[in-house]
Ligand binder design. Structure first.
Ligand code: SF4
Length: 447
């Protein structure tokens, strides 16, 4: 999963403003950050490296005036995490013109595509699927729209992209619409960002969500066009976990979905408890909804350190486990002697949740009932969320009572799949159902 940002302005915008928007997407990727652009006086500029937005550009002049630029914050799902060549944006030159790309998503036919491009004599510099899109785009001729129309016949999977084509900016959301992409506008500046919240927090009014299979070219004019639409499959996991709660994606408020899911969960529950406690921050809104529906008091029985990384986003499992105790602190006065409803958005491996339960029991929790605001994750994602292999997924290896025993929980309840699908129709639910509605790579079909 990644965050992408783009801007075009005849009079120029500061690099500082571009980075402000990019920082608003930091939750989508913390491994590396980069930007590339052309200044108002025609200079090509760019910088990319490993680290957070606040670290990577520390020494870079923020008052640089950019006419056009794209930026990326990376969380690797394809290609080695710490290979410098895999840090975006990707850039190339044709006849002296710069072409660059940032990508959010995952291509499902990358290996086939790479092989066929290599057979055509194309050389890759990285091991990521994103570079294949740039190379394909660069090989094509014609207008950006014509190039995209041919690209869409060869590229499969999830790809929200921004392309810098000389001084033109091109935005595109794939024909299934897996990943979000928003357009914003202030004066003559035209902006794109993965989530509208990142635009709003930088005082850029969001104008519209880029449509499924829609392209937008920004030069002196703005021109939108429909390339192709297939079965709608926006990612339900974006609503469950990934997107910022103040975002509005796929036509829905992320906050409202999480609140409703908490309420639905409570309607299915009959356990006796004293208090509802979220796993912060991911479970907080679900817990508010659960508390509202059940009438049980909501308490912050776990405090989150804001100086430790998100555990899900850490690339190695060991790092994830180690960060749990550095990140979450139980509040004994809330927990001790109580029957706790402990709520989180999802349960993937279960190792983080097991550690949390141990911490709660250590401070005297009488009972802990785990409640999950989404159905069991039974299958991996091939479309840009770094879910682990099938063998590592708790719900792929164990049934529900076994998961409760593994977590050392007094009970566990998931949001029922039927409700999830009924409330979120026309979404991708593949990691919750195990059924893929578009072809996935053969060699990883049964991980
Ligand atoms: S498989 Fe799951 S995580 Fe991947 S796109 Fe579909 S819903 Fe999202």
């Amino acid at each position: 999963m990644c965050g992408i940002v783009g801007v075009r302005s005849e009079t120029g915008v500061s690099l500082g403003k571009l980075l402000e928007v990019l920082q608003g997407l930091q939750h989508r990727g913390q491994e590396a950050s980069g930007f590339i652009g052309i200044t108002v006086d025609g200079k090509e500029v760019g910088h990319r490296s490993f680290g957070l937005v606040s670290e990577v550009f520390k020494e870079y002049p923020k008052d640089l005036r950019l006419k056009v630029a794209i930026a990326h914050t990376r969380y690797s799902t394809h290609g080695e995490s710490f290979k410098a060549e895999n840090v975006q944006p990707f850039v190339g030159f044709i006849g002296g013109k710069m072409i660059a790309l940032v990508h959010n998503g995952n291509l499902t036919n990358y290996f086939t595509l790479r092989e066929s491009l290599e057979n055509e004599g194309v050389i890759f510099r990285s091991t990521t699927d994103s570079e294949a899109i740039l190379l394909l785009y660069a090989k094509e001729t014609g207008t950006p729209q014509e190039r995209l129309e041919r690209l869409v016949k060869r590229v499969e999977g999830a790809w929200s992209i921004l392309i810098l084509d000389g001084e033109d900016l091109l935005a595109f959301r794939d024909p299934h619409g897996f990943r979000p992409l928003w357009m914003g506008r202030t004066g003559e500046e035209v902006w794109f960002a993965s989530e509208d919240s990142a635009l709003r927090s930088a005082d850029i009014p969001p104008v519209k969500e880029v449509g499924i299979g829609e392209g937008v070219v920004v030069s002196k004019e703005v021109q939108g066009f429909q390339v192709e639409t297939r079965r709608e499959l926006p990612c339900s996991f974006e609503l469950v976990y990934f997107a910022r709660p103040d975002s509005h994606i796929f036509g829905r408020s992320v906050y409202k979905w999480r609140f409703l899911a908490g309420r639905i969960l409570a309607r299915h529950d009959d356990v006796k408890a004293d208090v509802v406690v979220p796993v912060p921050d991911s479970g907080t809104i679900y817990a508010i909804g659960y508390s509202k529906e059940s009438g049980l008091p909501f308490q912050m029985g776990l405090i989150r350190s804001h100086y430790a990384g998100r555990s899900f986003i850490q690339p190695s499992p060991d790092a994830r486990r180690r960060t749990v105790r550095a990140k979450l602190f139980p509040v004994p006065s809330v927990i001790s002697g109580k029957r706790i409803i402990l709520i989180d958005d999802s349960l993937v491996r279960g190792t983080t949740m097991r550690e949390i339960l141990r911490m709660l029991k250590e401070v005297g929790a009488k009972e802990v009932h785990v409640r999950i605001g989404s159905p069991p994750v039974v299958s991996p994602c091939y479309f840009g969320i770094d879910t682990p292999t099938r063998q590592e997924l708790a719900a792929a290896r164990m049934d529900v009572p076994e998961i409760a025993r593994f977590l050392e929980a007094d009970s566990i309840l998931y949001l029922p799949l039927d409700d999830f699908e009924a409330y979120l129709p026309n979404f991708c639910h593949s990691c919750f159902t195990g059924e893929y509605l578009v072809p996935v790579p053969e060699e990883t079909n049964s991980p």
